[in-house]
Ligand binder design. Structure first.
Ligand code: SAM
Ligand code: DTB
Ligand code: SF4
Length: 326
């Protein structure tokens, strides 16, 4: 039975998050099984198509120009390089390819034309295509949609209240507007956040509340654990307990019943058992590949073994085209 709600209160969400852990995981696992084949996990490969030198001041981000993090900056990659990486991701079992650029916003210039060509090329491979390019207008979103873009990643990151502690160069409303522009263009929305930035449980539930007030809900909800990077203001943030991640994933699963909940940054620091708990709690998507954007991710072989151990299989791409008869 479909039980999607858009009017959760913080109190209701906190009550879910704070349930006895195993009751919470059991409930989330039940919702997961009612809505999905719980053995299927989407593999999405990330590629940083333009790295570093970003003008924004997001306190967690190694790509902000104002922090010295030693990240290897580069301009927009050539289209062919990106298409080669996408082909490799497809061969390695990914069904989605996500291109990330360290931009504050999309600009109507030659770089954007190149991104359009990348989207077309990846889409023609039968992969689902996602990109995350910063703030976006409705016209730019339409152009991406016409090129074959399936999803746009634009995270709200945390609650509206805590956002001000993390970013000063843009506002929460700017993010919401870009999400709306994406939605209006007919592109699916990928939006989630980060835990472990010193926020309270109330802030975490504030993030879930705002995301769940969007109708329709974001089709995918990435949950990142902060990867503390030297040189960023959050480099010394205290590590969170894995149980907080399990609670966050389970709460997201119970609220976003039809959406993909993605175990995102921070996976490298989780053991197989810890990741197993997150999958049981309803996570059904991961970022695959040795690197996220600039930080390490579990190696291909480690994920292969993990999938075998847990009995997980790759979720197929929703857009594989019929193979033409020879
Ligand atoms: N510049 C674009 C933007 O901000 O929307 C796209 C790329 S940005 C790096 C994408 C997302 O990565 C951020 O919204 C944030 O949620 C996540 N992220 C960045 N640095 C991170 C870190 N150190 N740990 C965890 N997540 C991080
Ligand atoms: C998301 O929620 N997490 C990804 C993706 N969307 C673009 C990015 C994580 C980045 C982690 C830090 C880095 O590798 O630079
Ligand atoms: Fe720039 Fe995105 Fe990093 Fe913020 S999160 S500094 S906008 S690349």
């Amino acid at each position: 039975m479909e039980n999607l709600r858009y009017d959760w209160t913080i109190e209701e969400l906190k009550a879910i998050y704070n349930k006895p852990l195993l009751d919470l995981v059991y409930e989330a696992a039940t919702v997961h099984r009612e809505n999905f084949n719980a053995r299927e996990v989407q593999r999405s490969t990330l590629l940083s198509i333009k790295t570093g030198g970003c003008v924004e001041d997001c306190a967690y981000c190694p790509q902000a120009a104002r922090y010295s993090t030693g990240v290897n900056t580069h301009k927009l990659l050539p289209v062919e390089t990106v298409l080669e990486a996408a082909q490799k991701a497809k061969d390695d079992g990914s069904s989605r390819f996500c291109m990330g650029a360290a931009w504050r916003e999309v600009r109507d210039n030659r770089d954007f034309d190149k991104v359009i060509d990348m989207v077309k090329g990846v889409s023609d491979m039968g992969l689902e295509v996602c990109s995350t390019l910063g703030m976006i207008t409705d016209e730019q979103a339409k152009k991406l949609k016409d090129a074959g873009l399936d999803a746009y990643n634009h995270n709200l990151d945390t609650s509206e209240e805590y956002y001000k502690e993390i970013i000063s160069t843009r506002e929460y409303d700017n993010r919401l507007q870009s999400i709306e522009n994406t939605r209006k263009a007919g592109i699916t929305v990928c939006s989630g956040g980060i835990i472990g930035m010193g926020e309270s449980v109330e802030d975490r539930m504030g993030l879930i509340q705002t995301l769940s007030s969007l109708n329709p809900h974001p089709e995918s909800v990435p949950i990142n654990i902060l990867v503390p990077v030297e040189g960023t203001p959050l480099e010394n943030c205290e590590k969170i307990s894995v149980w907080e991640m399990v609670r966050m994933v389970a709460t997201a699963r119970i609220v976003f019943q039809k959406s993909l909940v993605r175990l995102s940054a921070g996976r490298k620091d989780l053991t197989d058992v810890e990741q197993g708990f997150c999958f049981l709690a309803g996570a059904n998507s991961i970022f695959a590949g040795d690197e996220l954007l600039t930080t390490p991710n579990p190696a291909f072989n480690a994920d292969k073994e993990l999938f075998e151990t847990l009995g997980l299989v790759n979720m197929p791409s929703k857009k594989i085209k019929e193979v033409a008869p020879v």
